[in-house]
Design a protein around this ligand. Structure first.
Ligand SMILES: Cc1cc2nc3c(=O)[nH]c(=O)nc-3n(C[C@H](O)[C@H](O)[C@H](O)COP(=O)(O)OP(=O)(O)OC[C@H]3O[C@@H](n4cnc5c(N)ncnc54)[C@H](O)[C@@H]3O)c2cc1C
Ligand code: FES
Length: 253
């Protein structure tokens, strides 16, 4: 780990140097642990956030329990174990679409690389970021530095729109919506996609994960429509393999 930043009182950004340069796709994640017995037995899933070079990238996370506490306690030059990139990321269209990104709290990290990829393809991109209060708004300056238009919302009205960030959606023209954040926010985006309709709306889900690569089945979510080709396994999808990014109508959560 090369640098530790603290963008909010309970959030840490770790900049890491990787030995290889397998470029992750926006929305993919890594399983991270200190690997030295200081943390939990199992690694923790985290989306990558900013990429600075093919081998240098960062992770931005809220400290909520033993796994994230141990990662947050790392110091520059400490080593950590990372497995990835894992999972299915956001599909990035080649056409210059009008895209709206919606991030709630620590749902912002996967939107940075997605925003950059969309801008490179000529898209017009607006990012909506929300939090309970203004100190929880993450990534605003970093998304603006990419060239995205950023609008904010806070539950208590201390910055931007007062209320859920998804209340900003109806005022925007969008061909596609991409969202990552807490479940109530994802449900509101799902309902918005259904009401327009906006078929190309994608949601990045979170789930408790033990393995991260499809074998423990601990991260299963119900598919909206069972896949008969998969027999008894067609009722569920694994967030770590078939996700974490799903089209809005693929899963029930
Ligand atoms: C694909 C994927 C990508 C993720 N990317 C990110 C990311 O970029 N940044 C980030 O901060 N988190 C991210 N998460 C969530 C992160 O994995 C968990 O916060 C982490 O595993 C918690 O581990 P812990 O040992 O610190 O806490 P645990 O002991 O596992 O949990 C401690 C307590 O916090 C609660 N909790 C767990 N997760 C959260 C949460 N996200 N917010 C609030 N409370 C929680 C638990 O229910 C429990 O009560 C991602 C999860 C997935 C599946
Ligand atoms: S975390 Fe093990 S199957 Fe998904």
């Amino acid at each position: 780990m090369v640098e530790r930043l603290q963008p909010a009182p309970d959030c840490v950004e770790l900049v890491m140097e990787f030995p290889d340069d397998e470029a992750p796709k926006p929305g993919q994640f890594y399983m991270l642990s200190t690997g030295d017995g200081r943390d939990t037995y199992l690694p923790r899933p985290l989306s990558f956030y900013r990429t600075f070079s093919p081998r240098r990238m960062s992770f931005l996370f809220r400290v909520v329990g033993p796994g994230t506490q141990a990662l947050a306690a790392l110091k520059p030059r400490d080593r950590l174990q990372a497995m990835g990139p894992l999972g299915r990321g956001f599909p990035v269209p080649d056409q210059p679409i009008r895209a709206v990104l919606v991030g709630g709290g620590v749902g912002v990290p996967p939107l940075w690389s997605l925003g950059r990829a969309l801008l490179e393809r000529g898209a017009k991109v607006t990012a909506l970021i929300g939090a309970r209060t203004r100190s929880g708004l993450l990534g605003q300056a970093e998304l603006q530095a990419l060239g995205l238009e950023v609008r904010t919302a806070t539950d208590d009205g201390t910055r931007g729109h007062r209320g859920p960030v998804t209340e900003l959606l109806p005022g925007l023209d969008a061909d596609q919506v991409f969202a990552c954040g807490p479940e109530p926010m994802l449900r509101a985006v799902q309902a918005f996609a259904a009401s327009r309709p906006l078929p190309d709306t994608y949601l990045a889900l979170e789930a408790a994960m033990a393995c991260g690569y499809g074998v423990c089945l601990g991260c299963a979510v119900e598919r909206a429509k069972p896949d008969p080709e998969l027999g008894p396994y067609g009722t569920y999808a694994r967030v770590c393999r078939e996700g974490p990014v799903f089209r809005w109508d693929e899963v029930k959560f």
